[in-house]
Design a protein around this ligand. Structure first.
Ligand SMILES: [Zn+2]
Length: 400
């Protein structure tokens, strides 16, 4: 939607002032808005939930911190709801947060004032907070309404869930301008993959996100499970930190308790930080209890690994692969016990050649073609034996 036609409040600038004892954040707006600010622990963060805002802030704002604020990010977390997430240098308390009307030639402003506290005082203020919802407290109710789907004949086609990583305040990895931001690259790719798969008409595709919205990792898993998906494909693009050499090519990851190597383990840790970056508290509660999971998981892993091998076979004929293209680690998004799941790192945004590929339409078309062929090969074989609506043999109940 072009910005010109939206009625959302516009944030035009943001700045930080103060020092390591007291820090102030100011956001310039074109009209006053509602807000709710709260703290989160481990890592120390402050979150401000606001109605959907059109952020038109200068590029790079929020990457450099000041005082108690290490960095901050912002973005959409649901239709009608935006969020600003601050990483803190240590425990701090929200001394004040308020919205000022336009006055003295200044636009309306959202102001957040933080003061340094010790960990005990921080935890005490955290305990007083009502536990923040996964979804923001503040949202424009009108924008959140989704139109009811027209009733039609039941769609029994197998469901493929495409999961573009990151989104909203979680930008993912980045090298260069916003066109190389992981969240944007993987969304473009995911939508192209959806279009390609839908062309055949054989499968139904469900996207975990189809715009720049933050989706918590457990919610991505829940989406796949609630659709009894036959497959989940999570799309990412990796980057090596500066000074850690160069790597290139695509890598396919499956779930394992013990990572296949140290780099895979570190990558899974980085990807699993998405919830912290997006400003939600991570829950460690199991999806479903005990023995059923075991049974389903074993089977699901076999299928995940089979798909990973088929995918590698298709991709390596058309796309540059990493020197060790099949790896495994404890990715949270791959943890659905009953949906075969793989995570594809399309390439390294830190590598010049890969970066050129990632924004190239012809590369994208080739890769999307290879992936949809692999999906077809994998499902054609599975569905013959399992029937059109059966993804896994063991289906577990899904919590709403
Ligand atoms: Zn990622």
């Amino acid at each position: 939607m072009p910005a010109a036609v939206s009625n959302f409040p516009i944030a035009s600038d943001a700045r930080l002032a103060g020092d390591a004892r007291q820090t102030r954040f100011v956001l310039d707006l074109d009209k006053p808005i509602q807000h709710r600010a709260f703290v989160l622990a481990d890592p120390y963060r402050v979150v401000i939930d606001v109605p959907q805002v059109s952020f038109q802030l200068p590029a790079g704002v929020g990457t450099a911190g000041r005082g108690l604020i290490k960095a901050f990010r912002y973005g959409l977390v649901m239709p009608g709801g935006s969020r600003i997430v601050f990483d803190l240098t240590g425990p701090a308390k929200i001394a004040n947060s308020y919205v000022l009307e336009a006055a003295n030639g200044q636009p309306p402003r959202l102001v957040l004032e933080l003061v340094e506290v010790d960990r005990a005082a921080f935890l005490q203020s955290l305990a007083q907070e009502p536990r923040p919802e996964l979804r923001p407290a503040i949202a424009d109710a009108n924008a959140a309404v989704t139109p009811a789907k027209p009733a039609g004949p039941p769609d029994n086609r197998a469901v493929i869930v495409i999961d573009p990583g990151h989104g909203g305040p979680d930008n993912g990895t980045q090298a260069g301008g916003s066109e190389f931001m992981e969240k944007n690259l993987v969304l473009t790719f995911g939508l192209a993959l959806r279009d390609r798969i839908e062309k055949s008409g054989k499968y139904r595709v469900v996207m975990t996100r189809s715009d720049d919205t933050f989706i918590p990792l457990d919610e991505r898993v829940r989406i796949a499970r609630s659709h009894s998906a036959a497959l989940l494909v999570s799309i990412h693009a990796d980057a090596l930190p500066r000074g850690e050499g160069d790597a290139q090519g695509a890598t396919i990851y499956t779930l394992s308790e013990k990572a296949s190597d140290a780099k895979a383990e570190r990558l899974a840790e980085a990807e699993n930080r998405s919830d912290a970056i997006g400003g939600v508290t991570m829950s460690e509660e199991p999806v479903v209890a005990d023995i059923l999971i075991d049974l389903a998981q074993r089977e699901t892993r076999t299928f995940s690994n089979r798909f990973a091998r088929i995918l590698m076979g298709e991709m390596k004929t058309t796309v540059r692969m990493h020197q060790h293209p099949l790896k495994s680690a404890g990715f949270r998004v791959l943890k659905a016990p009953d949906v075969p799941s793989v995570l594809v790192e399309l390439g390294y945004v830190s590598n010049k050649g890969d970066r050129e590929h990632l924004v190239s339409e012809s590369w994208r078309n080739r890769t999307v073609g290879a992936m949809s062929q692999a999906i077809d090969a994998f499902l054609a074989k599975r569905l013959v034996s399992a029937g059109p609506t059966e993804g896994a043999a063991v289906r577990l109940p899904v919590k709403p």
